[in-house]
Ligand binder design. Structure first.
Ligand code: ZN
Length: 302
């Protein structure tokens, strides 16, 4: 198990090298994990296409030996996320965790700033009158941080099977399949259909490449991040059909921060929200998927 690594330790050069350097100089031998405690042998993987998106060059484990005490150990990363998760990622046994989407769903709802005042009042009154919807902001933060960590791990992982074997996803006592929880570029149309049929009534994650940032206008009060359109061919009327994912953000600071990250070169994003679908049929047909981001911890840029 392991995550894709951007750096490796070269035994020949006695220093860490970047993946760009390894590609350029075609260094494929005698490279190891950058962590001194780990140093398992690595190999260089050149860039390749997967699901119509480019997987950039990276290092991965040469053999089957697991990373030890280092940041690239997937299970280790999940252990850390679980420890800090306030129960959102609960251990089933030493090698299996359950992600509780009910908690994530509530945390997202409570992050909605339009409701913030209300939840603060509830916080203060909590000792007298615990309400059904009460969760402290500390827990909200921990739940969403857990979600972000999972998106981060997912975006770096060599293959999804790994996560499937480590994390089980639960919502209202139902087990949710990974493929009904995390959607990549090639899954947009499937995601749209499931949303249209009300089959995804829990928070889901979508990842993709960012197309642009659009500021709120007089007529539209949300800032928007648009992801790259997925072309789906022609529809029955001969019009081009696209799947389109949008992230709506009302908080100016969050929008500005993300825009800065984008301008500094992070052009991929994964975000988690309760999403909805809508179809627009004009000169082209658009299958729109939209979700709101209220909190930085719902979104991960890379
Ligand atoms: Zn390692």
């Amino acid at each position: 198990m392991g995550l894709k690594m951007p750096k490796a330790y070269s035994d020949k050069l006695k220093r860490d090298i970047t993946v760009e350097e390894a590609v350029k100089e075609s260094i494929k031998e005698d490279i190891f994990c950058t962590s001194k405690e780990c140093r398992i042998p690595l190999t260089l993987v050149g860039a390749f296409m997967r699901n119509s998106s480019l997987v950039s060059a990276h290092f991965k484990r040469r053999g089957r030996e697991e990373h030890k005490n280092c940041d690239y150990n997937t299970l280790g990363q999940i252990n850390i996320a679980a420890r800090d998760s306030e129960g959102a990622l609960a251990s089933i046994n030493a090698k299996k965790y359950s992600l509780r989407l009910n908690l994530i769903s509530k945390a997202i709802k409570n992050s909605d700033s339009s409701k913030k005042k209300e939840s603060t009042d509830v916080d203060i009154d909590n000792t007298k009158q615990p309400t059904k919807n009460y969760i402290s902001s500390g827990k909200i933060s921990a739940y969403l941080a857990t979600m972000k960590k999972i998106m981060q791990i997912k975006s770096k992982i060599e293959n999804e099977k790994e996560l499937r074997s480590l994390i089980e996803i639960q919502f209202n006592d139902n087990n949710i399949k990974w493929s009904d929880f995390y959607f990549e570029f090639d899954d947009y149309e499937k995601c749209f259909s499931k949303l249209m049929n009300n089959k995804l009534d829990y928070p889901i994650c979508i990842e993709g490449e960012i197309k642009n940032f659009e500021r709120a206008t007089e007529n539209f009060s949300y800032h928007t991040i648009k992801l790259k359109l997925k072309f789906l061919g022609e529809n029955e009327d001969g019009k081009n059909k696209f799947a389109s994912v949008s992230i709506w953000i009302s908080d100016e600071n969050i929008f500005e921060k993300l825009k800065k990250d984008f301008e500094s070169g992070k052009n991929h994003v994964a975000f988690c929200s309760n999403m909805w679908a809508s179809r627009v049929d004009r000169t082209s047909e658009f299958l729109n998927i939209t979700g709101k981001v209220y909190n930085m911890k719902q979104i991960y840029m890379y």
